[in-house]
Write a protein that binds this ligand. Structure first.
Ligand code: C5P
Length: 234
């Protein structure tokens, strides 16, 4: 198996507030994207990292990667992204060399995923799973509601049994051909890659995720991410 990681990093990060594209914002002085690339490169299984940059930001992102230290054994490429996360991932897949047989897809917005989690996903793919997602149990109870305008009270429709729910993270790992087929076949708007493979009728399995693989989405997440980094250095 030769494994590559595709990192979609083309999002604006609107929920984080005004400023640079989310992936380029600094965490303790280093762009979030660089943390995410290093998190993938930390796994010895990953030989290539493909970063999907904001559509007009590929030269800037290439320059960032050229000027930040990465392990010697890790190759990297930068391609411009698209309008949606899905399109960005597809553009990343198109940049993979022929000899890559397994692919990790990792959000730039999850810069702190520990290497053990990355390795667990890679190992499950190597053991024959076509799609693997790291996930954690939920702390909150989840309600299904009838969505209403912002600020309006929303009727509750159901409360799924929390014990059977998982919050899904990245990197998600795939057999390359299966993921390419999913991206060629599924056109509905989805929020993760594994759900596209589910739509093909292929099995998807969950391995344990990690609390530090949380997604940096809102301003409070930046505070938490910097605290995690400070604790790692201590
Ligand atoms: O917006 P959200 O946090 O769900 O984005 C998840 C990941 O997808 C982020 O790393 C973001 O940069 C990426 N993305 C992308 N292209 C888009 C939209 C999001 O690569 N058009």
């Amino acid at each position: 198996t030769r494994t590559a990681a595709v990192i979609p990093a083309a999002g604006r990060g609107v929920r984080l507030g005004p400023g640079a594209p989310k992936a380029l914002r600094a965490l303790n002085g280093t762009p979030m994207l660089i943390h995410a690339v290093r998190a993938m490169a930390a796994s010895r299984a990953v030989s290539l990292v493909v970063v999907v940059a904001p559509p007009d930001g590929a030269p800037e992102v290439k320059n960032l990667l050229d000027t930040h230290a990465l392990p010697e054994r890790t190759d990297y490429r930068v391609v411009p992204g698209g309008e949606t996360r899905q399109e960005s991932v597809r553009l990343g897949l198109e940049a993979l060399p022929d000899d890559i047989t397994a692919v990790l897809v990792h959000d730039a917005a999850r810069p702190l995923v520990p290497v053990d989690t990355v390795d667990a996903v890679v190992e499950a793919v190597r053991d024959g799973a076509v799609a693997v997602v790291p996930a954690v149990p939920l702390a909150d109870t989840v309600k299904q509601v009838e969505p209403r305008e912002k600020g309006e009270a929303e009727p509750v429709l159901a409360t799924p049994d929390r014990a059977t729910l998982r919050a899904v993270q990245t990197p998600q790992g795939f057999d390359r051909d299966t993921l390419v087929r999913a991206h060629a076949t599924v056109t509905d708007n989805v929020t993760d890659d594994a759900s596209m493979v589910e739509q093909l009728g292929e099995p998807v399995v969950v391995v344990p995720g990690h609390e530090e693989a949380f997604k940096v989405t809102r301003p409070l997440d930046l505070v938490l991410a910097e605290a995690v980094l400070a604790r790692r250095r201590a």
